[in-house]
Design a protein. Structure first.
Length: 170
């Protein structure tokens, strides 16, 4: 069996630093600001045991260019393929997050209702916390029922910066 290669790079942007990984099939991981290349490698090895993580800016450039356009305020939607895995529930939640438009928010309970499971608010929060593609799968657009900024795996300061970037008041 051929070993899977995962390509990695980082973006040092004036707005925020990002760590990105992708395979031949698509985007695998995005870590923001408080992340590290070591965290990226650990995630990839957990998701794809025995993979080889290779730093390769050229391979990552189509992904990084869209992320830079977003951070520059020039992109509102991503057209990147994904290579992620999760439980059926997680995948359902992540798919629903992709439907939240740029500049808008949804609550955890709205996401739960939209996936047909209105009582699964806590489970939705858990699935959102496991999102490997922050920014592209826009978990930063999910807020508390009372409008509060609740948990964000990348840190609430990063969530605030992303909401500011999109012009979303909080």
């Amino acid at each position: 069996m051929k070993q899977k290669s995962i390509y990695a790079s980082s973006i040092n942007h004036s707005y925020m630093d990002l760590y990105i990984a992708a395979s031949d099939k698509g985007l695998v991981f995005i870590g923001a600001q408080h992340s590290s290349m070591e965290e990226l490698k650990q995630y990839c090895q957990k998701q794809f045991p025995h993979c080889e993580v290779v730093e390769n800016d050229l391979f990552i450039s189509p992904y990084s260019s869209q992320l830079i356009e977003y951070l520059d305020g020039k992109r509102k939607q991503f057209t990147l393929p994904f290579d992620i895995s999760g439980t059926p529930f997680q995948l359902q939640v992540w798919n629903e997050l992709c439907k939240i438009p740029f500049g808008k928010t949804a609550t955890y309970s709205e996401v739960a209702t939209n996936i047909g499971n209105p009582k699964a608010v806590r489970a939705v929060g858990g699935a959102i916390g496991s999102n490997p593609l922050s920014i592209v799968i826009p978990c930063h657009r999910v807020i508390g029922k009372n409008g509060s900024l609740t948990g964000y795996s990348g840190g609430l300061d990063v969530k605030k910066r992303l909401l500011d970037l999109e012009g979303i008041p909080y």
